[in-house]
Design a protein around this ligand. Structure first.
Ligand SMILES: [Zn+2]
Length: 136
């Protein structure tokens, strides 16, 4: 079931911001796991293409991450990546290459000096915005 809202604790958001920051100028990516829209696990994944306009998750790290979520008995809630160039919305490539329709697509867009963060559902080449809450 697709949730209308995703909640991410501050500590995990800080970890995501740190991960995208240290990967500049390239895109960074990772997995978010949890239950009922509440994220409680953040798994940074290496971007194998090392590009400022594209990401491809390291397949081994991705698989290990998905297995960890399974072991913890949580769902894959979102796949996130960064847009160092600042575009806030999913790109055409993002729309085509989002492989997990049941997981949200979260994009951190660089808005110097901070990062904006937005969550989307991607279905059949289109996207819609999901509410994203920050929790303590
Ligand atoms: Zn993108």
């Amino acid at each position: 079931m697709k949730l209308a809202r995703i909640t991410i604790p501050h500590s995990i958001l800080a970890g995501m911001r740190n991960h995208v920051e240290i990967n500049l100028p390239n895109e960074a990516c990772g997995l978010l796991g949890g239950k009922d829209g509440n994220v409680n696990i953040h798994i940074p994944v290496r971007n194998t293409v090392q590009s400022p306009i594209e990401f491809r998750m390291d397949p081994e790290e991705q698989l290990r991450g998905l297995m960890l979520l399974d072991e913890q008995n949580v769902d894959l809630l979102a796949i996130y990546h960064s847009h160092p160039t600042g575009a806030a919305n999913p790109s055409l490539t993002d729309l085509r290459s989002h492989l997990y329709p049941e997981a949200a697509c979260i994009i951190l867009a660089r808005k110097t000096p901070a990062w904006s963060i937005q969550a989307f559902w991607i279905t059949e080449g289109n996207y819609s915005v999901i509410l994203l809450d920050e929790a303590d």
